[in-house]
Design a protein around this ligand. Structure first.
Ligand SMILES: Nc1ncnc2c1ncn2[C@@H]1O[C@H](COP(=O)(O)OP(=O)(O)OP(=O)(O)O)[C@@H](O)[C@H]1O
Ligand code: SF4
Ligand SMILES: [Mg+2]
Length: 312
């Protein structure tokens, strides 16, 4: 097992649940997507994997293991894996960049720690990567600070940093939102190449089903901090079984909305299935729905969809 979440549960300090117990694993060469609308808990899940939960958020249970090391516990073993074998592109580039550090020192940050590599050697080694990310490779650019970069350049710098130690596994949290369409396409093909050539495994987080369709083989759909549906990307996109996934797909196809409404804030979510107030297929059993310990790699949590499928 390379990366494994086992019943990971997250709560606010006051006890309100932010992520119901969630389990899945990511192996080398895997191309997995995590989708769900804003506030569904995608970024919190990743922050838990890297042991950087925001203040006021606590792990309510479960565990996160990468390459045999508990990532949710402090320790030197965890620090050796973070940024080296398992890397992360955070959703907010400013979260990853130090305003007082030049571009060249950002690029050397992880190789300096994990490989004891000198800065000049890192800049030479990373030149082809910077070129593919359409970042300048001249001294003037290397000496800039994050505040002197465009939003797209900051995001590409974060991508270069995450790839700087040739990770085996990569978690990408909305990696292409600030990029123009040409650079987005270039970045997608870079990821597909790294996966095919080196067996890079990635978890690609987005609210955009169009993006995951082109870069992932399997999906986990989150809503309101709960796993709703998991399975092969092609099957889910061709024939979604969960009413929330259907809604996401119709939004991606820009079809007229089946329903309106918003994901309620944590603490204001209904008992049972969190999609209940918006769901056109709600049945009596949906209110009595208990948090679910899955799905692992393939599965579904929905009263009406399971009833349609008939008795197991
Ligand atoms: N520090 C925090 N304290 C309390 N609640 C938080 C904290 N950070 C996030 N939340 C709440 O947890 C929920 C999940 O947030 P998260 O950022 O993981 O969502 P997301 O799925 O990544 O959304 P987006 O698509 O907008 O990035 C949200 O309701 C958010 O308001
Ligand atoms: S039918 Fe029930 S369980 Fe399924 S998504 Fe709708 S409210 Fe949730
Ligand atoms: Mg997020």
């Amino acid at each position: 097992m390379t990366l494994r979440l086992d019943g990971l549960e997250l709560r606010r300090a006051d006890g309100v649940r932010l992520l119901a117990p969630t389990s899945f694993s990511l192996e080398k060469g895997d191309r997995m997507g995590l989708v769900g609308e804003s506030g569904s808990g995608k970024s919190l899940l990743v922050q838990a994997v890297f042991g950087v939960l925001p203040p006021g958020t606590v792990q309510g249970g479960g565990s996160v293991t990468a390459f045999g090391v508990r990532m949710d516990l402090e320790g030197a073993a965890r620090d050796r894996i973070r940024g080296d074998r398992l890397a992360w592109v955070p959703q907010d580039p400013l979260q990853a960049l130090n305003p007082f550090l030049r571009v060249q020192d950002h690029l050397n940050l992880l190789p300096g720690v994990h490989r004891k590599e000198a800065r000049a050697a890192t800049l030479t080694r990373l030149a082809p990567l910077l070129e593919r990310l359409r970042l300048p490779r001249d001294r003037a650019f290397f000496r800039k600070y994050p505040g002197e970069l465009s939003g797209g350049q900051r995001q590409r710098l974060c991508l270069a940093m995450a790839l700087s130690c040739d990770p085996e596994l990569l978690i990408l949290d909305e990696p292409t939102t600030a990029l123009d369409p040409t650079v987005q396409a270039e970045f997608r093909s870079l990821m597909l190449e790294l996966q095919a050539e080196r067996g890079l495994g990635y978890l690609w987080i987005t609210h955009d089903l169009g993006v995951v369709a082109s870069v992932t083989d399997r999906l986990l759909v989150l809503y309101g901090g709960e796993a709703m549906e998991a399975g092969p990307t092609a099957r889910i996109i061709a024939a979604p079984r969960h009413p929330y996934t259907e809604r996401l797909l119709s939004a991606a196809r820009r079809e007229p909305a089946l329903e309106s409404g918003f994901l309620p804030a944590p603490g204001q979510r209904p008992e049972g299935c969190p999609f209940r107030p918006r769901c056109p297929k709600m049945v009596d059993g949906c209110a009595a729905w208990q948090p679910w310990q899955g799905p692992e790699q393939d599965g579904l949590r929905c009263e009406s969809a399971l009833a349609d499928a008939g008795p197991a």
